[in-house]
Design a protein around this ligand. Structure first.
Ligand SMILES: [Zn+2]
Length: 229
């Protein structure tokens, strides 16, 4: 794959041509740059112009990058928790205090290990967060997946395969519950309609007339979550 890096002010953006129709931006924590997935047909000059026009969004993406540190805020269930390096007495890596809205952790200053451990923590929380909702939406829609898989993903919230297996991004544990409901319903609706056609959105709206505000939450806050991948 041929990749080219350009700069929008101080933000590095890596241009990645792909077989796709739209442009998508995502933060890459390992490489510390923004990845711009774009249709092959667009030239570097066109993309540079596109990104310059959306400079605010590009710079916002760059500034949303999460840096673990004392007092840094971290989302869980859509709420901001304050990180504390006061190690949990329980021996666990993370201890969540829902009342005080703090998360105590023993690996705050261990760089990359923090991200690995946090993803492991979310993997462990995911079944608690997802199972009941999955049962609810399968009942309500009458659609059932052949298999549910939970794992951290870099750039998508969920996916549904032609074999009707649904995968959910475990990073969604950081999002509000009603947003998780939306993603589950979205993937279940794909079992009926594979694409994002008018028929698909109709299907989603039939069960969740207010799905749009949940979708916008992901658009506005999604990068904060995905930057932890
Ligand atoms: Zn979809």
């Amino acid at each position: 794959m041929k990749e080219k890096i350009i700069y929008i002010e101080e933000a590095p953006v890596c241009l990645i041509p792909e077989k796709r129709r739209s442009i998508r931006l995502a933060w890459d924590r390992q490489e510390r740059l923004i990845r711009c997935f774009h249709p092959r047909s667009l030239s570097e000059a066109v993309l540079k112009n596109f990104l310059e026009k959306r400079k605010r969004r590009v710079l916002a993406l760059f500034s949303q990058v999460f840096l673990p540190g004392e007092g840094a805020s971290l989302l869980y269930g859509g709420e901001e928790y304050r990180l504390s390096s006061e190690a949990p007495e329980t021996g666990e890596t993370f201890f969540r205090d829902d009342l005080a809205k703090t998360i105590r952790t023993s690996c705050l200053n261990e760089g990359d290990l923090f991200f690995t451990r946090w993803k492991e923590y979310l993997d462990q929380e995911a079944p608690l967060c997802f199972h009941e909702k999955i049962g609810f939406w399968e009942d309500k829609t009458g659609e059932e997946a052949s298999r549910w898989r939970f794992r951290p993903m870099r750039s998508r919230w969920g996916s549904a395969s032609p074999q009707r297996a649904i995968t959910l991004n475990t990073l969604l544990v950081m999002a509000p519950g009603d947003v998780v409901d939306y993603v589950i319903l979205h993937e279940l609706a794909h079992l009926k309609v594979a694409d994002h056609s008018f028929r698909f959105w109709n299907e989603v709206a039939r069960f969740m007339p207010d799905f749009n505000y949940r979708r916008s939450w992901l658009r506005e806050n999604g990068n904060k979550i995905l930057s932890l991948y």
